[in-house]
Design a protein around this ligand. Structure first.
Ligand code: AKB
Length: 314
């Protein structure tokens, strides 16, 4: 049976990906790890600082790992507040991960992001191969990750795979320090207090995706036969919308909901990212197809979150 190690397993994506992979590959074959203590996990869990290369290496060897999902990362807004932390975790952490993948012959999947693009990138229907001059440290770390992973692939044959995730919306673990986090906070505030103040402008359109689509795409790429991959890094798109459009979809369920706007430094970051992505290569190579449009996402999200928060809204 394939043995999988996930770093950053307590993050927004890591939390749900760990559960999903455990139900597919068996609890004991999916080893979760993160930098902090975890009381809630129901399977093998290890505290791991990805900057501790020896500890990282021992865990891979002791657990006889085949696939490494390297999710440990500082997101865009936190990165702009603390660029050196982002350089350590995102750049040095990834250098450790890819080198250990080479030494131990692992398949390695690690996220990139729409943040790898920048203000000089065409913003509509952005293709996989285009101008990439990001202006955030998070974006710079993702371009480096993509290029270094591809270098390890052509130089040493390391099976490196990456997805450029859009903003991910989910009701389980909260995200930490992202620019697209408004699209989750809005649901919490809508259910709790019927109003939300957005830190992005009303018309700040960004590519976004619901967690079930994110998990589906991640697992599809992880499991894809290597011969099918014509490239190592893929755009995947779900839907594109802005805060005003999201608010009107929420209003269909909560007619009294009100949104106001107080854009901050995160608007500047969002303004440098694409509005929509061309993901035709992922569709062609490994049959990627998202399931959720905006209204379906909003209906599902309100239902799940109201259950978790024990709030009746219908
Ligand atoms: C962020 O906002 O930093 C992330 C991302 C788009 O990668 N959600």
């Amino acid at each position: 049976m394939t043995r999988i190690l996930i770093t950053g397993s307590l993050g927004q994506i890591g939390t749900e990906l760990t559960q999903q992979l455990r139900s597919k590959y068996g609890k004991e074959n999916v080893i979760a790890s993160d930098i902090r203590k975890n009381d809630g996990d129901d399977g093998p869990y290890h505290i791991l600082n990805v900057l501790d290369k020896e500890g990282f290496s021992s865990l891979i060897k002791e657990q006889e790992i085949d696939w490494l999902i390297h999710n440990a990362s500082v997101l865009s807004a936190t990165g702009e507040k603390n660029p050196h932390l982002a350089m350590d975790v995102n750049i040095r952490g990834f250098e450790n991960a890819i080198e250990l993948a080479r030494l131990n012959n692992l398949r390695i999947l690690t996220p990139s992001s729409i943040a790898a693009f920048g203000p000089s990138t065409p913003q509509e229907n952005t293709p996989d191969f285009t101008t990439m001059r990001p202006t955030t440290i998070y974006g710079v770390s993702k371009v480096y990750l993509e290029l270094l992973g591809e270098y390890y692939n052509h130089k040493w044959g390391v099976d490196f795979r990456s997805l450029r995730y859009p903003g991910i919306i989910s009701s389980e673990a909260p995200p930490g320090g992202g620019t697209t986090d408004y699209a989750i906070a809005i649901f919490h505030d809508a259910l709790k207090q019927m109003r939300y103040t957005s830190f992005l402008n009303a018309d700040a359109t960004l590519p976004m995706m619901y967690m079930p689509d994110c998990l589906k795409g991640t697992i599809q790429l992880l499991e894809a036969e290597e011969e099918k991959l014509t490239q190592r890094t893929y755009n995947i798109a779900g839907i594109s919308f802005n805060p005003a459009e999201l608010a009107s979809s929420i209003k269909k369920h909560l007619p009294d909901f009100e949104i106001s706007y107080e854009p901050d430094y995160r608007q500047e970051i969002a303004g440098t990212w694409p509005k929509s992505l061309d993901d035709s290569n992922a569709r062609r190579d490994w049959n990627w197809l998202p399931d959720f449009d905006l209204d379906k996402l909003v209906t599902d999200m309100l239902e799940n979150l109201s259950n978790t928060l024990e709030i009746t809204y219908k």
